[in-house]
Structure formats: C-alpha cells, structure tokens
Design a protein around this ligand. Structure first.
Ligand code: APR
Length: 173
C-alpha cells in the first residue's frame, strides 16, 4: 500500500529517494522550485542537465514529459525533471498536467525510487490555479498507483503556503 500525503515545506529538504522539479523545457534552471533545486544540488546538476540537452533531449524536454538526473548535494538520490503546461501560453489541457505526474512516476519506477516528492507543478509561474492542480495531480497519482505493481512506498506532495497545502489535503482520500 503506497502512502500518499501532503505537507507544507521545502521540496529541497525532503528525505526521499526522488524529488520532482517543476522545470522548463530548457532544463537549464529558472526560478521557483527549479531555482531552489539547482541552488541546493549544486553545479553538477546543471552540468548533467546540459549533457541531457547535448544527448537525449537536444530540443529540450516537452511539456508533460519527465527525465531523471542525479541530485548533486541534495538529500535525495534523483531529481526527476518535468515541464508543466504554462497557462500564460494557452496550455490549459489538464491531460498535459496529469502527464507530468504520471510520467514522473514512470521514471521513478524505472530508476527504482521507493519514495517521491512532488511540488505543485504549474501552480506558480505557469499560472495554474492551485486547487485545479491539486485535483489533477491527486487524481493522476491515484490512477497511476491503481495500475502499478506497488513498488512505490510513498508519494508526498510538498507545498509552499497554507492555501496550496489545504487544496491538496482536500483532494486526498
Ligand atoms: N519547495 C516546494 N514548493 C515550492 C518551492 C520549494 N522550494 N518553491 C516554490 N514552490 C511552489 C510555488 O509556490 C508553486 O506553488 O511550487 C509551485 C510551483 O511553482 P514554480 O516553481 O513557479 O513552477 P511552475 O509554476 O511549474 O513554473 C515553472 O518557473 O521557475 C520557473 O524554471 C521554471 O520556467 C519554469 C517555471
């Protein structure tokens, strides 16, 4: 049985196997979660992302996709980068946002992570309403877990702010 929980906190401090980064397609860093993760992980994370751009993802990571790297100086072993839909660019398809969560869980399972922490992807710079992100994210994770082999022990939503945390807590079973 996989534990699914929502907590207030900083995703860079989570003692889990993999933390999910709310990245952009360049994979070369940014603000918000992306900036915090790169700052805490250190330069080697950026260097690994640059290698991804030179290799598997020359045109950048598409919206809704996910890819794992090491985690540098972070407590986690892996960072799973995903690119959320940007409402300011008219990317309002909930399936794209759901894919950020399900593809990240696919990648987590592929690398053998037993615990995964997610931020509220797209609920910041990318302009999605936190309550809508909570609904899509919890539903997508629940569906994925329902059809998985059960190797994952913990999925933790790590939220900034009382209101976002309440929005996720309200969606949890
Ligand atoms: N830990 C947990 N949550 C955080 C943290 C953190 N350290 N920092 C920010 N957040 C929250 C934000 O408050 C928001 O609720 O994560 C959510 C996602 O916000 P963003 O990081 O802005 O992510 P997103 O909306 O997906 O926008 C991605 O922003 O930082 C750039 O490079 C990034 O271009 C990309 C875009």
């Amino acid at each position: 049985m996989t534990v699914v929980e929502a907590v207030q906190g900083d995703i860079t401090a989570q003692q889990v196997d993999a933390i999910v980064n709310a990245a952009n397609s360049s994979l070369l860093g940014g603000g918000g979660v992306d900036g915090a993760i790169h700052a805490a992980a250190g330069r080697e994370l950026l260097e690994e992302c640059r290698r991804l751009r030179a290799g598997a993802w020359p045109d950048g990571l598409p919206v809704g996709e996910a890819v794992a790297t090491g985690a540098g100086r972070l407590p986690a072993r892996w960072v799973i980068h995903t690119v959320g839909p940007n409402r300011h660019r008219g990317q309002t398809d909930q399936a794209l946002l759901a894919s950020c969560f399900t593809r990240s869980l696919d990648v987590a399972a592929q690398v053998g992570a037993r615990s995964v922490a997610f931020p509220a992807v797209s609920a910041g710079v990318y302009g999605w309403d936190a309550a809508e992100v909570a609904r899509v994210a919890v539903s997508a994770v629940g569906d994925w877990l329902g059809s998985s082999s059960g190797t994952l022990e913990l999925v933790r939503f790590v939220l900034f702010g009382e209101d976002v945390c309440s929005a996720f807590a309200a969606e949890l079973p």
